[in-house]
Design a protein around this ligand. Structure first.
Ligand SMILES: [Zn+2]
Length: 182
């Protein structure tokens, strides 16, 4: 079975991510928030590092329950900074709390974050062969999120995020999930 060339076949976390998450449409707000946070933590690091720590992140951040995260106090923040299993970056940890608040404001306005994030492509997944017709998508999403106060929402992070949640499908032609299979 052929997979996209970037997949590290020796790492089961990476293979599973490629096979079951990347480019697969996600419509669940909790999961949409989880990947938003994970992509933010990835900034400056490898995605593989994040995937290998994903379960620790879920433990540390209450399974990415934004209702709980918005109430994190300084004691909890110190606890996270002392947690050797996750990425101990104060700015990213504080931004996670901030972004949970922005995320929930979007939910209030749109009914769900799902409604919001998918409206940019009129609820359709964009295959990489059609991406040129949506060339302003990344800036549009990034600018809108930043305007709402979201941190770490630059267009490079948003690009990876939209792939993770399946708004973009960038599987290569040689991949069993790409080419003529979509
Ligand atoms: Zn692939």
């Amino acid at each position: 079975m052929n997979r996209c060339s970037w997949v590290n076949l020796d790492n089961k976390n990476y293979v599973d991510y490629h096979d079951y998450v990347w480019g697969v449409e996600c419509h669940n707000d909790r999961v949409l928030f989880e990947y938003l946070v994970l992509e933010m933590f990835q900034a400056g690091l490898s995605w593989e590092t994040i995937l290998n720590k994903k379960e620790y992140f879920e433990d540390a951040f209450d399974n990415f329950d934004y209702n709980k995260i918005i109430n994190y106090d300084s004691k909890k923040i110190d606890e996270l900074i002392a947690n050797k299993n996750i990425i101990r970056n104060r700015l990213k940890i504080l931004s996670t709390i901030n972004n949970a608040k922005v995320f929930m404001n979007i939910q209030k306005e749109w009914g769900s974050f799902n409604n919001y994030i998918w409206h940019f492509t009129k609820n359709k997944q964009i295959h990489y062969k059609r991406f040129h017709t949506h060339s302003n998508l990344l800036d549009k999403v990034s600018n809108d999120l930043k305007k709402r106060g979201m941190k770490f929402a630059g267009s490079i992070i948003i690009y990876s995020y939209l792939e993770a949640i399946g708004v973009l499908n960038n599987h290569e032609d040689i991949c069993f999930k790409g080419g003529n299979n979509v």
